[in-house]
Design a protein around this ligand. Structure first.
Ligand code: FAD
Length: 519
């Protein structure tokens, strides 16, 4: 088609209102089309080519004179389904533009993927006389797109098949992406979202650790072992969690220059419950040995203290009698002298006995998770609780702040209280046997309640039970130092212990411990 013919077709059918501004000469259009870097073709109403631009020739290999007069199907690879062309023609013949991707073939037989736009060109009466086709080679673009799609599919299937929980979280801990294992855990937890639970446990652990400073080389946190307590009193599950920051570039136009983005956290959690259960068994067994040793030593300490306490009274009494005797009979009275010597020897023996009382071992203060510590004490007492047929109601506050304390001493404190409760309930006539252990955070501290359904403590005894060597239990073997020692440990932590007086049934001991001991 010559430029005159083209001008005749386009100028002849130019619609009213589409007049060119005087500053633009009609030839500008011709030059624009000629020099455009996209393959342009103009056809008649049946798709027969009237004009192609040089870019069309460069892309397809067909020169203008080879293409003009041929149907546009000249460049078709004829591999698209029939319905595809039917849809194309139905759209454009109704005066609507059409855009799509199809496979074309060059003059040399090579194929390429084309992105084609066809615009109908109508005359003033709305009759479609021509079609304007514009297409470009998107083979490379498609290859890159497919590569990205394939990689995405590959990554998704790897992430899905990974034998660990993986979740991508936004800044509000909302799950944006997850995998199969994550969904499985969610189902196990009764559809509660596991990610926020894992994250709050991780954060609590990080708080406990603050100051110890671990190197996490690129990770926000690495191999943090956290525990999840599923609902319904099911056994706890343990996970080793790692988290790293993932940044997603903002694809909106606003962010094109600013390079904005969104931050996500990639949470990877590997279940280590069976490993942890084994470790726990070993740890509790070691604790049992340690506590038994401590029990033995503190028993010895208590026995010796009680023995010296009980011996001191009569010896003092005898000393004052000897003093009276000496005053009456004279200092040289042989009986008084002999008795004074015997008393002196007795007091020396008492002093030696006192020096043999094992001293308290000093224990450093550190961050203590009171829930875990209480759980340890309950684990240690499992045998006795089962033997006494006691039901344990364990009511910990889900997340407790860390407390500064001496773990072994605190363990002894709670062990003494639980031992007392077991003994109180393990008596004939005590039918209902229930031990409730509850923890909750209070302003600046933690409150632990240990309540039993035993006979309770008479109100007259409430203050006396804290006196050393006072016992309400009949029968041998009780020195009555348990509650006073427990009170002393609480005091060393800046806290105290109280027995609730209003309780109608059983005994409720409340331990209040501040998070930090005041200097
Ligand atoms: P055809 O038998 O030509 O067509 C297949 C079906 O399309 C028919 O059964 C019919 O339903 C419909 N059809 C065909 N011609 C008409 C018509 N005149 N009126 C109504 N319905 C019709 N095709 C490409 O493959 N690559 C291109 O780059 C391309 N560029 C085009 C540019 C323009 C401006 C236009 C108007 C069309 C273009 N086409 C292109 C479509 C092309 O004209 C053919 O329809 C297509 O290539 C299929 O050709 P065919 O020989 O395989 O089948």
């Amino acid at each position: 088609m010559t430029s005159q013919q083209l001008r005749a077709t386009t100028e002849g059918e130019q619609r009213a209102g589409d007049a060119l501004p005087p500053s633009i000469h009609p030839q500008v259009f011709q030059h624009t089309v000629n020099q455009a870097d996209v393959a342009i073709s103009i056809t008649d109403g049946r798709g027969n080519i009237l004009y192609v631009n040089p870019a069309f020739t460069r892309l397809t290999g067909y020169a203008g004179e080879e293409a003009v007069g041929q149907n546009q199907s000249l460049v078709s690879n004829h591999s698209m389904p029939r319905e595809f062309y039917q849809d194309l023609w139905q759209t454009i013949s109704q005066g609507e533009p059409w855009t799509g991707r199809l496979i074309n073939r060059r003059k040399d037989g090579s194929k390429y993927l084309a992105e084609l736009s066809i615009s109908p060109v109508a005359n003033a009466g709305g009759e479609i006389l021509n079609y304007l086709g514009m297409h470009r080679d998107i083979t490379e673009l498609h290859r890159l797109e497919s590569q990205v799609q394939n990689q995405k599919a590959l990554i998704e299937s790897v992430v899905d098949a990974a034998p660990m929980v993986i979740a991508l979280l936004d800044v509000d801990d909302r799950v944006v992406l997850d995998n199969h294992e994550y969904k499985k855990l969610q189902a196990d937890l009764g559809m509660a979202e596991p990610a926020p639970m894992l994250m709050s446990a991780v954060r609590a652990g990080l708080e406990l650790d603050s100051g110890r400073g671990r190197r996490t080389s690129g990770y926000l946190f690495l191999d943090r072992e956290v525990r999840l307590d599923p609902p319904g009193g099911r056994s706890p599950r343990w996970f080793s969690c790692s988290g790293s920051r993932v940044r997603e570039d903002d694809t909106s136009a606003d962010a094109f220059l600013a390079g904005q983005g969104r931050d996500y956290l990639l949470l990877v959690a590997k279940e280590i419950t069976s490993l942890r259960t084994q470790q726990e068994k070993v740890r509790v067994a070691a604790l049992q040995v340690l506590m038994a040793d401590e029990d033995r030593v503190s028993g010895l300490r208590e026995s010796l203290a009680a023995a010296t306490f009980r011996l001191e009274g009569p010896l003092n009494m005898m000393a004052s009698v000897v003093g009276m005797l000496a005053r009456r009979q004279g200092e040289t009275d042989p009986m008084s002298v002999a008795l004074a010597e015997a008393i002196g020897a007795g007091q020396q023996a008492l002093a030696e006995l006192r020096s043999m009382i094992p001293g308290e071992t000093r224990e450093a203060f550190g961050a203590v998770n009171l829930n875990e510590l209480l759980r340890d004490v309950l684990d240690l007492s499992t045998g006795r609780l089962l033997a006494a047929g006691i039901t344990v109601i364990w009511q910990p506050q889900a997340m407790l702040p860390a407390l500064q304390g001496a773990p072994n001493k605190l363990r002894s404190l709670f062990k003494a209280l639980i031992d007392n409760a077991i003994e109180a309930m393990n008596t004939r006539g005590c039918r209902e046997r229930e031990l409730t252990v509850a923890s909750k955070a209070r302003l600046g501290g933690i409150e632990v309640d240990i309540a039993d359904s035993g006979p309770g403590i008479a109100s007259a005894q409430l203050l006396k039970v804290f006196e050393p060597f006072h016992t309400t239990k009949r029968g041998g073997g009780h020195l009555g130092t348990g509650l006073s020692a427990a009170q002393q440990i609480a005091a060393e932590h800046g806290g105290f212990l109280e027995i609730e007086p209003t309780t109608t049934r059983g005994c409720r001991v409340r331990v209040l411990l501040p998070l930090h001991r005041r200097p």
